[in-house]
Design a protein around this ligand. Structure first.
Ligand code: GUN
Length: 281
């Protein structure tokens, strides 16, 4: 079994991006900038945002976190987004999810200039991705896609099973694989006989948030298995895939942690640089 070392692949990507940022600085005398808006005090969001900022700074990007208390009014956030949309030093804007209940996620996402939408969540980018046009692509599925391509550069005709239909992961993942001529099945909590669907996959991407749901007898021999799950359990952090047993049948498998997680962050950096380049056009 090939353990897919996301940490190492992400580090290689980060090194290349750092070189690109250095060239941008010399050539344009400008620094691509990422601004993250964090609302409330959810611990996981705080950790994610801190990691994003640290990685951005490591490759020489300008990085800023704007923090609001959880009772901030929606209009204040919308006004801030307007300000960032008009700020030429801000290349990318990310509003960390989830948001407090009184804030309308759709309204917030739609307010971000699609050219600064490093998350690829704006309907304009979602539409472009599904139509096969150039677009910002959500960071986690983009990271999964790059890992899969590293193992198997030609995906044409492969059967891919995506477990989970979220806007963040499952749906954009399916679009990326479809673009590569995979035959894609999106499964979810109401899918009948999930095990049977899964066992047909040359590629399986698990993004449902159920600890160790995917077992060895769900996986075809020599399948590529990508685990997006990060689940807190009594025995520590585990993915959506039963790692030990699946590692005995899969051709390649991502660990948790150290698989998809580091790729998500480096893809955010990549998207920020792409947004900067778009701003030059
Ligand atoms: N919360 C969890 N993952 C993400 C992500 O990729 N983007 C944003 N904005 N919020 C998240």
């Amino acid at each position: 079994m090939n353990l897919i070392d996301g940490k190492k692949i992400a580090a290689e990507m980060r090194n290349k991006l750092k070189v690109e940022v250095d060239i941008i600085k010399k050539k344009f005398n400008k620094v691509p900038g990422l601004t993250v808006i964090l609302i409330g005090d959810l611990a996981p969001s705080q950790i994610y945002v801190r990691n994003k900022e640290k990685s951005a700074k490591e490759i020489g990007l300008k990085s800023e976190i704007i923090k609001y208390p959880k009772d901030i009014q929606e209009i204040s956030v919308l006004n801030k987004i307007d300000e960032l949309n008009n700020d030429a030093t801000v290349s990318g804007i990310l509003v960390q999810l989830p948001l407090p209940d009184h804030i309308d996620k759709k309204k917030i996402i739609e307010r971000i200039n699609p050219d600064k939408d490093v998350d690829g969540f704006h309907p304009y980018n979602v539409g472009n991705l599904s139509s096969g046009y150039e677009s910002s692509v959500p960071c986690t599925p983009l990271g999964c896609y790059l890992l899969i391509k590293k193992i198997e550069p030609n995906l044409s005709g492969k059967k891919a099973i995506v477990i989970g239909r979220s806007n963040l992961n499952g749906k954009p993942m399916a679009q990326l694989l479809l673009k590569e001529n995979c035959t894609v099945t999106i499964t979810h909590s109401k899918t009948k006989d999930l095990k049977n669907e899964c066992s047909k996959g040359d590629i399986v991407i698990a993004a449902v948030g159920i600890p160790e749901l995917v077992k060895a007898d769900w996986i075809k021999k020599d399948a590529i298995v990508i685990d997006v799950g990060i689940n807190k359990t009594d025995k520590g952090i585990v993915g959506d895939v039963a790692f030990e047993e699946v590692s005995k049948v899969a051709k390649a498998l991502t660990p948790v942690p150290g698989g998809v997680g580091p790729m998500t962050i480096v893809c955010l950096l990549k998207n920020t640089i792409e947004c900067f380049k778009k701003s030059l056009k």
